[in-house]
Design a protein around this ligand. Structure first.
Ligand code: FDM
Ligand code: MG
Length: 221
């Protein structure tokens, strides 16, 4: 009989634009790889699939879509990758995800469309793989401003970012306790990455106790 393989961990990194998500994710991937783990780094939206290409064009302002429509495309983009995430985790690969369902619900709800509440926005996420941990890189508006101007994509403006920041907190308060880990991302790169490595090491040590990969459940706002 073959030895039972330990599953990988599902680790999500969230935060506002310019919080340093992507560079921290790459650093975490290299760190875990060097410590002998199998690891993959993916990001949402995944702009390479056909759904991802629609999303990319929308974000660049090259196409127009209704708020509900684009919302469901973002969610669909996660559903189309969910199978491979589950397979990787089962095969002992730790998957680091740069933005996930939390961004999905929060950015759409931040638009202020009356019929697109946070609760509505969360619905299509129910049943997707639930992360073993979500690291939220928290950055103040002042620190974010120091890191340079916004880019040219949709949502990259002050009022939207302010609303997104508030809604992240609202959504996190509705998540199962222990899922969300806030990290002060205003510190130096090394300080932040050390914090992340410590938290991830704790989580990976706990994976067996957590048991099989879980799924997202509903939220009540
Ligand atoms: N975004 C990202 C959403 O609006 N919904 C989602 O489900 C996801 C994953 O897309 F403004 C937004 C967040 C951001 C934009 O993301 C592109 P990156 O990480 O900046 O490329
Ligand atoms: Mg961006």
């Amino acid at each position: 009989m073959s030895e039972l393989k330990r599953r990988g961990a599902l680790i999500v990194v969230e935060g506002l634009d310019r919080a340093g998500k992507s560079s921290q994710c790459e650093h975490l991937r290299d760190f875990l790889q060097e410590s002998g783990h199998s690891v993959k780094y993916i990001r949402f939206p995944d702009r390479t699939t056909s759904i991802g290409k629609l999303i990319d064009s929308y974000l660049r302002g090259q196409s127009q879509l209704g708020d509900h429509s684009i919302h469901l495309l973002f969610s669909s983009n996660r559903w189309e990758i969910a199978r491979s995430i589950k397979d990787d985790i089962a095969n002992g690969i730790t998957v680091i995800v740069d933005r996930y369902s939390y961004s999905g619900a929060v950015y759409s709800a931040a638009k202020g469309n009356q019929s697109l509440s946070l609760e509505w926005a969360w619905q299509p996420e129910i049943g997707l793989p639930r992360p073993d941990m979500c690291l939220f890189l928290r950055i103040s508006p002042e620190e974010a401003a120091k890191r340079g101007d916004f880019g040219a994509e949709r949502y990259e403006n002050g009022p939207m970012q302010k609303r997104v920041r508030e809604l992240f907190q609202t959504l996190f308060d509705l998540q199962p306790s222990g899922d969300i880990h806030q990290v002060d991302a205003g510190r130096s790169f090394q300080e932040v990455s050390k914090k992340i490595h410590d938290k991830v090491a704790d989580c990976m040590a706990r994976v067996e106790a957590i048991g099989p990969l879980r799924e997202f459940g509903p939220i009540t706002v």
